[in-house]
Design a protein around this ligand. Structure first.
Ligand SMILES: C[S@@+](CC[C@H](N)C(=O)[O-])C[C@H]1O[C@@H](n2cnc3c(N)ncnc32)[C@H](O)[C@@H]1O
Length: 198
């Protein structure tokens, strides 16, 4: 079976078991009675951003997400910035061509990206107009990004790190997991929403 035909097969119980085994972190993800995964990650002292890029993923974030999805073969980083591809290899999309992403594209359109080729999307949008000033970009319309991401195949997961739950179509995506992320003191709280394309 090649990657084009491999779709998600693991249950969330299996994903959580793999997460604890692969990372060695405490089992702080649980199945809620509503069938959704809930959890909290406390990043503790290991919150530094290796690349030092403003708004970059804190150390261990990618390792944690990777451990949840050992079955995925074709990840795509959207709003990729200077994502650490050694930890989590994959293709990249950013609007800033100076970052040399695989695709220079606006995440609100994704017109040049063959979305159907990917089975996992990691999205890390700017959270505010102030954050955008650091990137020299305009604030994104989250619902437009979610609409563009509807182009992925059924079974593809979208891992969205933000301070806001983006608007999405309930007939296109199901929310399967919500994870709160605490960095260290004096850092903003963030939430990870994991969608599955229906
Ligand atoms: C929070 S940073 C991502 C950092 C990344 N997770 C990392 O570890 O380096 C947001 C990124 O989104 C990009 N960006 C802003 N607006 C965009 C848009 N409309 N489409 C695509 N990328 C955009 C910025 O250039 C910036 O690199």
């Amino acid at each position: 079976m090649n990657h084009m035909t491999t779709l998600t097969t693991l249950t969330w119980e299996e994903r959580i078991a793999h997460y604890t085994k692969a990372t060695g972190f405490p089992r702080n993800l649980f199945m809620g009675e509503d069938g959704r995964v809930v959890g909290t990650w406390i990043m503790g002292n290991d919150y530094r951003v290796k690349s030092t890029y403003y708004g970059g993923y804190p150390a261990t974030y990618l390792r944690r997400i990777k451990a949840l999805f050992p079955d995925k073969r074709r990840p795509l980083h959207v709003f990729s910035g200077k994502v650490d591809l050694e930890v989590f290899p994959g293709d990249t999309v950013d609007i800033n061509q100076n970052l040399s992403p695989t695709y220079v594209d606006d995440a609100q359109k994704l017109e040049t990206v063959p979305l159907e080729q990917y089975d996992l999307i990691l999205a890390d949008p700017p959270y505010s107009v102030e954050d955008c000033e650091h990137y020299g970009t305009s604030m994104v319309k989250r619902n437009a990004v979610m609409r563009a991401l509807q182009g992925v195949r059924s079974g593809t997961h979208v891992v969205w790190l933000d301070q806001v739950l983006p608007m999405y179509r309930k007939d296109a995506f199901a929310v399967e997991a919500t994870i709160g992320m605490w960095k260290s003191t004096n850092h903003r709280f963030r939430g990870i929403t994991i969608f599955r394309r229906l």
